[in-house]
Design a protein around this ligand. Structure first.
Ligand code: F3S
Length: 406
């Protein structure tokens, strides 16, 4: 692998211990994947922030990198943490967990990482443009950056994303290269969705239906998806989260919607996604009855301000009857505060869970069944916390939380 003078200086330890360790990680990765060189990255998004996932060993490693003088050279932001950094008590987070989570955030801050904890960095100040090279880690954000924006990133692990931040580099392999961005299979979407209702939940189910079929293909091709005429930003973020979760997809093309699709003709190999596939995907994420639901959450991926405005509209003058978490980033919450949405939502009894989400927070054993509009949240609700789920249209999720007498 060819390294520049600057990169060799980092590797030789001339720019501090942490930078040396970071360059060692990237050089090893580049060697494994056959990268010819390093490329500069425009921004970084680091996952593995929740102390629930990181544990003591992860925190020790971060502290070591911060003590070793590591400093981010590019804009770097964080994935959701295990709690609302400012308001963790209201969410029932244990104090000992909070203390460790704060140490994690402090270690990142010492390294100059912007401590905005969100999986939708593109809504909160970390918005790349077409063709930029990135080192992002969160699977839904990686899929969004590659597909919807046309930026270029592999799905980084926590250590390799931090290493990219501390060096401003990533090895040139995978989705950074033109040849790996070509579609390998056409997906014909024939199903129209249940009850004619589209929206985030439909795109969550569609992501699962397509994802399952992609997973079954040995070559893991980039899909070229036909049959979707329009999709909002919110629907696309829901779809990215779901297709990444169920199909491991980090890039897709949709003609008329995503920016690189026009460069390609539909591949000859075709798979169909029928109404029966969509119905099966929906059914598989609906194993709880309304009575069983004791936890409601919107914001996987983190909510946009338009979604929060809609929640405020639906909750105005109402009282909720179930624990209801609204998860978003700190900058988006600030807009909600200013617009008066926060006051309306909190008056209903619903809680903002900022900087975190229902998957990375330590909630094991607290609830029985989750209602959500997110296909990804359904997957992890069961896989991580053994919760039953109800996947519903966005507005119905809010109604599910509201007391039935209203
Ligand atoms: Fe984001 Fe948490 Fe969902 S990190 S994509 S809200 S699982």
């Amino acid at each position: 692998m060819k390294l520049s003078l600057e990169e060799r200086s980092m590797l030789a330890g001339e720019q501090g211990k942490a930078t040396q360790k970071a360059m060692q990680i990237l050089a090893a990765l580049g060697t494994i994947y056959g990268a010819a060189r390093m490329i500069p990255v425009a921004s970084v998004q680091i996952a593995g922030v929740s102390y629930d996932n990181l544990g003591e060993a992860g925190l020790d490693w971060l502290s070591e990198m911060a003590d070793g003088g590591g400093k981010s050279r590019v804009l770097a932001t964080l994935n959701p943490a295990g709690m609302d950094i400012e308001n963790w008590q209201a969410l029932g987070i244990p104090a000992d967990f909070a203390a460790q989570q704060i140490r994690v955030i402090e270690a990142f801050a010492r390294m100059g990482v912007t401590t905005t904890c969100t999986c939708t960095p593109y809504l909160s100040g970390n918005l790349p443009h077409f063709g930029e090279h990135l080192a992002w880690a969160e699977s839904s954000a990686v899929c969004f950056a590659n597909s919807v924006i046309g930026a270029r990133t592999n799905r980084e692990g926590g250590p390799s994303a931090l290493a990219a931040a501390l060096t401003g580099r990533t090895p040139a392999y995978g989705l950074h290269l033109d040849e790996n961005r070509r579609p390998g299979v056409t997906v014909e979407v024939q199903g129209r969705g249940d009850r004619g209702v589209r929206g985030t939940w439909f795109f969550g189910a569609l992501g699962k239906a397509i994802g399952i079929k992609l997973e079954a293909l040995e070559t893991k091709p980039v899909p070229y998806i036909r049959g979707i005429e329009a999709a909002s930003l919110e629907e696309l973020k829901a779809f990215c989260a779901s297709i990444a979760t169920y199909g491991g997809a980090a890039l897709f093309h949709i003609p008329g919607i995503t920016p690189e699709a026009a460069q390609y003709a539909p591949p000859a190999e075709t798979i169909l996604v029928t109404q029966a596939d969509l119905d099966a995907a929906l059914a598989s994420m609906n194993d709880a009855s309304p009575e069983e639901v004791d936890f409601v959450s919107l914001g996987c991926p983190h909510l946009s301000i338009a979604e929060i405005a809609r929640i405020a509209e639906l909750l105005a003058g109402k009282t909720i009857a179930k624990e209801f978490w609204i998860t978003t980033s700190r900058p988006v919450k600030h807009i909600a505060d200013r617009m008066g949405y926060t006051a309306i939502i909190e008056a209903s009894g619903a809680k903002f869970a900022v900087d975190t989400c229902c998957v990375v927070a330590p909630i094991r054993g607290r609830f029985h069944a989750l209602a959500t509009d997110s296909g990804k949240a359904c997957y992890y609700a069961y896989a991580k916390n053994k919760l039953k789920t109800r996947l519903l249209p966005f507005d119905d999720v809010v109604r599910e939380a509201v007391s039935s007498e209203q």
